[in-house]
Design a protein around this ligand. Structure first.
Ligand SMILES: *Cc1c(COP(=O)(O)O)cnc(C)c1O
Length: 366
């Protein structure tokens, strides 16, 4: 049998080893060094972000964002309920309370309408909002940015899945006060593990860098006024990141092509509804996501597993998690409905059209 096809496997550009060798030649295996700067620069160049900080993963980047914005004990922080747990755990690290906002039917991302309604009626004003661009598809980011400004709520964009996605030609991650990208093993690009924090605000990134390096004061000895974390990215991993950034546009195009293939082979099927792309936006289609009607997703996952192909249910909404049973939420049933019959399909950029065809044939037999 051929190798297993994963949802989104790492896909090297070919230059990674070359750059890692350069790191070894310079003996700069330690965190920080030339490639960390280069990696940050390449993300800035590509996304148009003004300032960037490379860290160990996107979860720590979100944590730094909250810390920089002064979110702490007892604060309320709004978050997309339809997301991965890494969006939310940093809120807990800060002793703050997540408040979950439901999705809208069109984009599956956070509903701007519900968000606005909540902010108009809530007793306690939230300090910040963490907005996920789900499966690499841009949320209604312009409207949500406006709402946050209007209500004086800081906006952190969780663009962990959406590197390369744009709205009105502006990159997701660059609309908010701060934004994060993930370079985890399953994302569109990977450094095996890594994250980038971006902001227009230079002071935020300077402060984040300070917290990410154990909050060490600028003295010859080790002087500490506050506590920080050990969150900075290693020069070795940054070298991988530089090589990966070189092929980002290629990877986005391939992901979008895989989606088009799925659409082609599953066309005109009333039982299938794909996650849509908002007007004026370009998603990176990190994972092709769809809803199944009259088909049980367990059957599809099992049938695909038999041909050695990975597929999964969509993220289980956070308000449905036992961990958050006592948390506040503002819901209208949308994410629960999508989760009930939603599935994400293998979308690795190494896949061929024949792979997609074989997967679709299995789905159509379920
Ligand atoms: C992957 C992911 C994260 C966490 O990223 P790491 O780099 O693995 O910490 C956070 N939020 C979302 C939406 C993700 O998909």
């Amino acid at each position: 049998m051929r190798d297993r096809i994963y949802l989104s496997s790492p896909h090297m550009s070919g230059n990674e080893l070359k750059y890692i060798e350069k790191v070894f030649e310079s003996n700069y295996i330690a965190p920080l060094g030339e490639y960390v700067d280069k990696f940050e620069q390449s993300v800035k160049n590509y996304t148009g972000a003004k300032n960037a900080l490379a860290v160990i993963n996107a979860t720590s980047a979100i944590h730094l964002a909250l810390r920089v914005l002064g979110v702490g004990e007892g604060d309320d922080v709004l978050v997309s309920t339809f997301t991965f747990i890494g969006s939310v755990t940093p809120v807990l690290y800060q002793g703050a309370n997540p408040v979950f906002i439901d999705s809208d039917k069109e984009s599956w991302n956070m509903s701007a309408k519900l968000l606005n309604k909540y902010l108009l009626t809530c007793d306690k004003k939230p300090k910040a909002l963490i907005l996920t661009h789900l499966y690499g598809m841009s949320a209604d980011i312009k409207k949500i940015t406006e709402i946050c400004k209007l209500h004086g709520v800081f906006l952190i964009e969780d663009a962990a899945e959406s590197l390369g996605a744009t709205y009105d030609s502006q990159h997701t991650g660059t609309f908010g006060d701060l934004g994060v990208y993930s370079f985890n093993g399953n994302k569109i690009l990977t450094t095996s593990g890594g994250g980038i924090l971006v902001s227009e605000n230079k002071e935020y990134i300077k402060k984040a860098k300070y917290y990410a390096t154990q909050a060490r004061e600028d003295e010859i000895h080790y002087e500490h006024l506050e506590y920080g974390y050990n969150y900075r990215m290693s020069n070795v991993l940054a070298a991988i990141g530089v090589a990966q950034m070189e092929v980002l546009e290629e990877r986005v195009n391939k992901k979008r092509k895989i989606f088009e293939w799925y659409k082609e082979f599953l066309a005109d099927n009333d039982n299938i509804e794909f996650m849509s792309e908002l007007d004026n936006s370009r998603g990176n289609r990190w994972l092709t996501a769809l809803r199944l009607k009259n088909i049980d997703y367990h059957d599809v996952i099992e049938a695909l597993n038999k041909i050695n192909v990975e597929s999964r249910p969509l993220w289980k909404p956070m308000h449905m998690q036992v961990l958050f049973k006592d948390s506040k939420s503002y819901l209208d049933g949308t994410s629960e409905n999508i989760f009930a019959n939603g599935i994400c399909l293998a979308s690795s950029t190494t896949m061929s059209k024949d792979d997609v065809k074989a997967i679709c044939e299995v789905i159509l037999c379920c």
